[in-house]
Design a protein around this ligand. Structure first.
Ligand SMILES: Cc1ncc(COP(=O)(O)O)c(C=O)c1O
Length: 375
């Protein structure tokens, strides 16, 4: 699907601070609906909130019947529970003070089930002791590494099934299934991506059989992100939970890499020209404190007004473009930039402007931008 760029009234653009983040509400709603369409049912979704970190968006999900959610920080977990989520997956081994923090959350929000991922006996024991002491129960998903090699345990590792099985008899813990994240699957062609996912699935199922042979249960598989979302959605096992995050907002990176995905960018950064230091140079207030710097240099934003400009210098507060069109611009001119990677970009802002029909109608907080809310 080719990306189309949302619009905002010029008068509104002139009023907004720069840099600032804007959400095009209808685009956001359309992306949520497309996610539900791909998933086929809200009960199959466990969207990752790290992309937006906003309780307003969690409420939109809850209104649409999505009860299960995924998080990367304890603050995100707290935001989810406070917004009314009834099932929160913290996709980490809780370590250090986070062991106590997740247990505190479970005590503070008894209506919410908290689940963590695990790939090692030490954090499992620590969690069990802390949960039992607090009188709460925490779900545990075995983190299964099927090729990304970032976290988890490969299905063939001796003791993988036994590790998961051990949670069954540990106080304070409940076996919650497998976590299967595969951010390394980045085939542009959807059929190739589906084949790659299907090739790994028997490894996960073999581990499931081993676990079941030990008389443990695997009630859920929390699978994938945005690129593999349609792949797992096409599979029929009712225990599969779909965990996309980025496509809530979508970005120029995924838009280019995965043209099959039915999403459109819902977020842009408003930026201004601040200088024209040479005849062919234009400098924007769009430094790496305003837009994520993890994509390779030279490709951190898509500028619909200047799609061919070379992104030459990207420092903390400035993005310097080289373009033959520089002389058409003056300091103070505004433009929209679509981030190549939206998730770390939203985390740079404490509030966002919401745009309806070209007008800013309200502002939302980026609720869990900070690392701590109360716990
Ligand atoms: C563990 C985990 N699950 C799900 C996601 C969501 O993936 P995506 O950003 O491709 O939607 C991520 C993204 O980094 C992740 O790390």
């Amino acid at each position: 699907m080719s990306l189309t760029v949302p619009t905002i009234d010029v008068s509104e653009l002139q009023r907004l601070n720069s840099p600032s983040l804007v959400i095009f509400r209808q685009r956001l709603i359309d992306n949520l609906q497309s996610m539900l369409t791909v998933a086929k049912s809200p009960s199959r979704l466990r969207p990752h909130c790290k992309t937006h970190k906003m309780d307003q968006i969690i409420r939109l999900w809850i209104e649409r019947g999505v009860t299960k959610h995924k998080a990367a920080t304890i603050a995100e977990c707290e935001m989810l529970a406070a917004a009314g989520a009834s099932d929160v997956l913290f996709a980490y081994n809780p370590v250090g003070p986070n062991v106590q923090r997740i247990v505190e959350l479970a005590a503070k929000y008894p209506a919410c089930r908290f689940v963590v991922t695990n790939d090692h006996a030490k954090p499992l024991k620590e969690l069990s002791a802390a949960a039992a002491a607090k009188g709460v129960r925490i779900g545990v998903m075995l983190d299964v590494n099927i090729g990304m090699d970032r976290t988890g345990i490969t299905p063939e590792t001796p003791g993988a099934a036994a590790l998961y099985h051990s949670a069954k008899s540990m106080p304070g813990l409940i076996q919650a299934g497998f976590h299967v994240y595969d951010g390394h699957q980045r085939q542009m062609d959807l059929t190739e991506r589906k084949v790659a996912v299907a090739e790994q699935w028997p490894r996960v199922q073999k581990l499931r059989s081993e676990v079941e042979a030990l008389s443990s249960d695997v009630p859920a598989f929390a699978c994938g992100g945005t690129p593999t979302f349609p792949c797992y959605a096409a599979m029929s096992d009712p225990r599969i939970e779909l965990c996309p995050g980025t496509c809530v907002f979508h970005d120029a990176g995924y838009g280019k890499s995965f043209p099959d995905l039915p999403f459109q960018p819902a977020v842009a950064v408003v930026t201004r020209v601040v200088s024209r230091p040479a005849p062919d140079r234009l400098t924007l207030d769009l430094g790496n404190k305003a837009v994520a710097a993890d994509p390779p240099k030279g490709n951190r934003v898509y500028l619909p007004d200047l799609p061919d400009a070379v992104q030459d210098i990207h420092s903390e507060e400035h993005l310097v473009l080289v373009t033959p069109d520089a002389e058409k611009y003056q300091p103070g001119d505004t433009m929209l930039a679509i981030p190549v990677h939206i998730c770390p970009t939203s985390a740079l802002y404490d509030r966002v402007a919401i745009v309806d029909d070209g007008k800013v109608t309200e502002f939302w907080d980026v609720t869990s931008r900070n690392r701590k809310i109360t716990v």
